[in-house]
Design a binder for this molecule. Structure first.
Ligand SMILES: [Zn+2]
Ligand SMILES: [Zn+2]
Length: 289
């Protein structure tokens, strides 16, 4: 890796943390003034638990950095992977890299809902009944580990470089924090934004307790994937959505030790295999809106 690449990586990393900090502080303030879901009583302890999980994940991510660096450099040197085989102008290569990786993120998320082992870990994210910006970093460390292992294969296949990966993460993180936030965004604003990015009104539906809604809206950055792959669902009034998962409401699972232990608790079957829940009032699936 060249010195220019290294200084670019440092710049993107620092920008990413700065952008995330500004986004979190801004969203926290707006959530306090105009919340979508009212009656939140434990905002500070909720945020502390979610950030605790994020801190553990940051340490794990740092441990994987060398492996990610190795496979992406290997792909560059050996001209391996889609982007290294197809000659494109540099700007188009960057756009293609970000779009392809975002498409992978969509399918990876979908796989996390489909494969029972993955769902055990991903359900820690869905168990959050008090969605706010901090929920955007609430992922079980096991899910992060699986994600890194998958990336060791997918990144060389796409031919993504480390700078492209970091720019993708710097762009997508504020969007992820935004669409988890408890900001009461007007419907018309959300409708316009969701032509390009995943918005709160889209992602609240993904956090619904009603499984057909939980298994929808998998995109995390560009909203186009849910339209293309037919998984877009919307509600006329997001405030009617019951957030979280039915079997994860005890206080124990809301604290950091409980969240870490949750995927390992004994279940007779997958916790989603429960009697079909009634279709909620106000459910009006809309596609392509
Ligand atoms: Zn999910
Ligand atoms: Zn989410």
């Amino acid at each position: 890796m060249s010195a220019a690449d290294q200084s670019f990586i440092t710049l993107v990393q620092q920008s990413r943390y700065a952008m995330a900090a500004v986004a979190l502080a801004t969203l926290w303030t707006i959530e306090s003034v105009v919340p979508m879901f009212v009656g939140r009583e434990h905002r500070l302890s909720h945020i502390a638990a979610n950030f605790g999980l994020a801190a553990i994940n940051a340490a794990v991510s740092a441990a994987f950095a060398f492996a990610i660096l190795f496979v992406t450099e290997w792909a560059q040197v050996h001209h391996f992977g889609l982007l290294n085989l197809v000659p494109l102008p540099e700007w188009l290569q960057w756009v293609t890299a970000i779009v392809l990786f975002d498409c992978w993120q969509y399918w990876w998320h979908r796989l996390n809902h489909r494969v029972p082992l993955f769902w055990r870990f991903h359900s820690v994210h869905h168990a959050d009944a008090e969605l706010d910006a901090s929920s955007g970093v609430r992922f079980h460390t096991g899910e992060i580990l699986f994600s890194f292992l998958a990336r060791l294969v997918v990144l060389p296949l796409i031919g993504l470089t480390i700078p492209q990966l970091l720019v993708y993460e710097a762009l997508s993180l504020p969007i992820v924090l935004f669409h988890h936030s408890n900001v009461r965004l007007p419907g018309r604003v959300d409708r316009r934004l969701r032509w390009l990015i995943v918005t709160p009104w889209m992602h609240y539906v993904h956090h619904s307790r009603w499984q057909p809604e939980t298994d929808s809206n998998y995109a995390s950055f560009l909203s186009v994937w849910d339209r293309i792959f037919g998984s877009l669902r919307l509600r006329e009034n997001p405030q009617e959505i019951a957030l979280g998962l039915d079997r994860w409401q005890e206080h124990e699972w809301r604290r950091l030790p409980g969240m870490l232990a949750a995927p390992f608790r004994k279940l007779s079957s997958r916790d989603r295999q429960e009697p079909p829940r009634a279709k909620p009032v106000g459910d009006r699936p809309q596609h392509g809106v």
